[in-house]
Design a protein around this ligand. Structure first.
Ligand SMILES: [Zn+2]
Length: 154
């Protein structure tokens, strides 16, 4: 899924643990780190129901405008919540930082964790039919709105 979805989940996890659980101190932080890290696996299993072309297409106006919106929203979330919820934020997106930032970006190799997530997702959901279907951004948009609502509600 896109970064805003992951970040909002990470923030919700951190807020939920700190406000609504008895877990405090190092143990509470460990719970946040582990939950936020593995939330990425679960959330990315649902990527196949949303628009996710595997390669960037800077010639496609739809791809460009959608991703500009996603990048702006990511920045807004980091500005609004980064100071208070940086642990949830970093660990919710760590898998993307490792695969797309370090391994693909710096080492110019293919990611190592996302192929595993794809295998899990294939097992549960079968073939990936929607990754080029532009209209499926609606699912990600609805999810982001719901998560944003939950974040203020908890
Ligand atoms: Zn990912």
């Amino acid at each position: 899924m896109q970064a805003p979805t992951h970040l909002l989940i990470g923030i919700i996890i951190q807020k939920a643990v700190l406000k609504h659980s008895q877990f405090r101190g190092a143990f509470g932080i460990s719970i946040i780190i582990i939950s936020a890290f593995f939330s990425h696996f679960i959330i990315d299993c649902f990527s196949r129901f949303t628009y996710h072309p595997p390669k960037a297409d800077w010639n496609d106006p739809f791809w460009v405008s959608y991703h500009l919106m996603i990048y702006s929203l990511t920045l807004i979330i980091i500005i609004l919540f980064g100071r208070e919820y940086w642990i949830g934020i970093i660990f919710s997106i760590l898998v993307d930082i490792i695969d797309w930032g370090i391994i693909r970006g710096l080492l110019k190799k293919e990611g190592i964790i996302h192929p595993l997530i794809d295998k899990i997702s294939n097992f549960f959901f079968g073939e990936n039919k929607y990754m080029y279907q532009k209209w499926t951004i609606i699912f990600e948009a609805i999810l982001i709105i719901i998560l944003w609502r939950i974040l203020y509600w908890i």
